[in-house]
Design a protein around this ligand. Structure first.
Ligand SMILES: Cc1ncc(COP(=O)(O)O)c(C=O)c1O
Length: 301
């Protein structure tokens, strides 16, 4: 396959069939969002938000792209911003791994770490973009509220899954901004309301990138509010469940961060509770590479 630019490498990620002994009547496929150019699902929303800003002339040459992120969106902005010739400033929080920090800095973006939650960085971006200097300097993409974010998955991720597996019985993923699952579920339920949508959420005291900890007061974006009107069930996942399932995935060749383990845990519980039979798709958020600092805690001595 020949690509003429890195942007066109986003999406059309493979689906990997895995064995899941816990489930006798369901076949599990992993949507390998780790295969996007920066190794995460956020490449889709990043491109969508940037193109929308360019088309609406909010983003013009000379402006600096600004946004808050738990890490993967920041990586995607740093990468595509540098390629398109826009300086990038990102505000991340304590969920940021050292590997993501290095990635962001390697691609030349300015990075600030502030607070435990993306909404804190989002408010900081809002304030920065409102100052006299900021109005001129920044284009705040505001992934937590930008409708172009869920549109990315509505236009790409949802159609890709249905094209490959038209009889899919259930789709499972996690919510950070909620944009990916919001857009995906909007598309899927429009096409076939019988397809079940399940989500994973972080349990009390659990910090998993890309998996909101709403029980601990994490900000509920408009996309999550919309998504909750369509979700058939949601499952709380704790750190050790996510770790064990991430290891289970690794043994099947799915090299991913803890978000993926959390999604597999939700998938198994969802399929069992709702007696799902047939093909089930889980959406993983990213690859293991940017999470090695956390994954290496699992190395058996
Ligand atoms: C690893 C991972 N998975 C999933 C997501 C969820 O994406 P969204 O913000 O679209 O809900 C993110 C977002 O940060 C992520 O980093």
């Amino acid at each position: 396959m020949i690509y003429n630019n890195a942007e066109s490498m986003v999406g059309d990620t493979p689906l990997l069939k895995i064995n899941c002994e816990e489930l006798k009547n369901a076949t599990v496929y992993v949507k390998m969002e780790s295969c996007n150019p920066t190794g995460s699902i956020k490449d889709r929303a990043c491109l969508s938000n940037i193109h929308d800003a360019i088309n609406s002339e909010k983003l013009r040459p000379g402006k600096t792209i600004l946004d808050a992120s738990s890490g993967n969106m920041a990586c995607a902005l740093a990468y595509f911003g540098s390629m398109m010739g826009y300086p990038v400033k990102v505000i991340c929080n304590t969920k940021l791994t050292a590997d993501k920090r290095d990635f962001i800095e390697y691609f030349g973006a300015e990075l600030e770490v502030f607070g435990d939650l993306t909404i804190q960085g989002n408010r900081m971006c809002n304030e920065l973009a409102q100052t006299e200097e900021g109005k001129e300097k920044y284009c705040f993409l505001d992934q937590l509220h930008n409708p172009a974010n869920p549109l990315a998955s509505y236009n790409t991720l949802g159609p890709e899954i249905l094209k490959e597996i038209p009889d899919v019985a259930a789709i499972v993923g996690s919510m950070g901004s909620g944009g990916s699952m919001c857009g995906l579920s909007r598309y899927i339920k429009e096409q076939n309301p019988n397809i079940k949508i399940f989500t994973s959420e972080a349990d009390t005291g659990t910090k998993i990138p890309g998996t909101g900890s709403f029980v601990d007061g994490e900000y509920v974006t408009p996309f999550i509010t919309e998504l909750r009107t369509r979700v058939d069930d949601s499952f709380l996942v704790n750190q050790s469940q996510a770790e064990n399932r991430t290891e289970q995935l690794a043994k099947q060749g799915v090299f991913a961060g803890f978000q993926a383990g959390g999604v597999l845990e939700a998938l198994i519980r969802g399929v069992q509770k709702h007696n799902i039979e047939g093909n089930v798709v889980m959406v993983i958020g990213d690859a293991g590479w940017k999470n090695m600092e956390k994954l290496k805690q699992l190395i058996k001595k």
